[in-house]
Write a protein that binds this ligand. Structure first.
Ligand code: RP5
Length: 156
């Protein structure tokens, strides 16, 4: 499955369609912020060629930040990081066997030299916010978007 909006700036990749219910919080937040994104389902172990192709061409397609979601031995973020200079935000998916600790440790314990930033288990919404913050570092309109989001939160 591949979903694409015009001129995507964020690439969202996940290891399985079963990750989508969690990742809907990510895509919903990106849509609320007006951040164009593309979405692809590709597993690092079931479809490594697709992951390679997608990750190694992401920067030249105009993607500026990647969100990678996976569960269990969640090596997807690390594999994507191997193929692109773009920053990667990992979303460790909660699992039935180990509660997502397997996914979390697989992502957060990347060896030195190949970083994957990592949000909380099932932290899909935060991944979208953080991706927008990264875009905002070089784009005042996304910076304003995040400032307004924070201001609205402070009113709750
Ligand atoms: C990972 O294995 C996926 O990211 C998913 O979280 C987990 C289970 O995948 P399925 O068995 O649902 O395909 O590759």
């Amino acid at each position: 499955m591949t979903k694409q909006t015009a001129a995507p700036l964020v690439g969202v990749i996940m290891g399985s369609a079963s990750d989508m219910p969690v990742m809907e919080a990510c895509t919903a937040q990106l849509e609320e912020f007006g951040v164009p994104y593309e979405l692809v389902i590709a597993s690092a172990h079931r479809n490594p060629a697709k992951v390679h192709e997608w990750a190694s061409t992401a920067a030249e397609r105009g993607i500026r930040v990647i969100i990678a979601a996976a569960g269990k031995a969640a090596h997807l973020g690390g594999v994507v990081a191997a193929y692109t200079p773009l920053p990667i935000i990992g979303v460790p998916i909660k699992t039935s066997d180990l509660g997502g600790m397997d996914s979390l440790l697989s992502m957060v314990q990347m060896p030195s030299g190949v970083p994957v930033a990592c949000v909380a288990i099932n932290g899909a919404k935060n991944a979208a916010i953080y991706a927008t913050q990264i875009l905002g570092a070089g784009d005042a309109s996304f910076r304003t978007t995040v400032q307004e989001f924070k201001a609205a939160m402070a009113q709750d």
